[in-house]
Design a protein around this ligand. Structure first.
Ligand SMILES: C[S@@+](CC[C@H](N)C(=O)[O-])C[C@H]1O[C@@H](n2cnc3c(N)ncnc32)[C@H](O)[C@@H]1O
Length: 105
């Protein structure tokens, strides 16, 4: 697959907002332009991620959920959903799904 790393990609821009390493100069340049218009973009991405972690941990630890379907996984980032839920429930299972071919699921 041609990843077209010379062109910005929203998933890699999101990775950049999160401080990830799976992004390229074109992604970083576009992300910085977005940040110039919306300075809270990195904060919003990190808060989105933090909510995911809190909600998933609660569902695994307090509600007893053992099967998770992560639709719109995005580029893997730490902690990934399976790391969060298996930390409190090692028997929890996660299926990742994303409609973007650059996302490895
Ligand atoms: C901003 S990322 C979110 C990543 C992660 N879920 C998070 O909260 O940090 C959104 C992801 O949703 C995926 N997506 C958007 N529409 C989708 C659809 N209809 N089916 C599956 N994945 C989808 C995109 O490809 C992208 O990877």
């Amino acid at each position: 697959m041609d990843l077209r790393v010379d062109q910005p990609h929203s998933a890699r821009m999101y990775d950049y907002y999160l401080g990830g390493k799976d992004n390229f100069p074109a992604d970083r340049e576009a992300a910085e332009q977005a940040i110039a218009a919306f300075p809270n973009a990195p904060l919003a991405a990190r808060q989105n991620r933090a909510f995911l972690v809190r909600a998933a941990r609660y569902l695994a630890a307090e509600v007893g959920i053992r099967q998770f379907l992560d639709v719109g996984t995005g580029i893997p980032t730490s902690p990934n959903l399976h790391e969060v839920v298996q930390d409190v429930a090692p028997d929890a299972r996660v299926v990742y799904a994303d409609n973007d071919p650059i996302v490895p699921v």
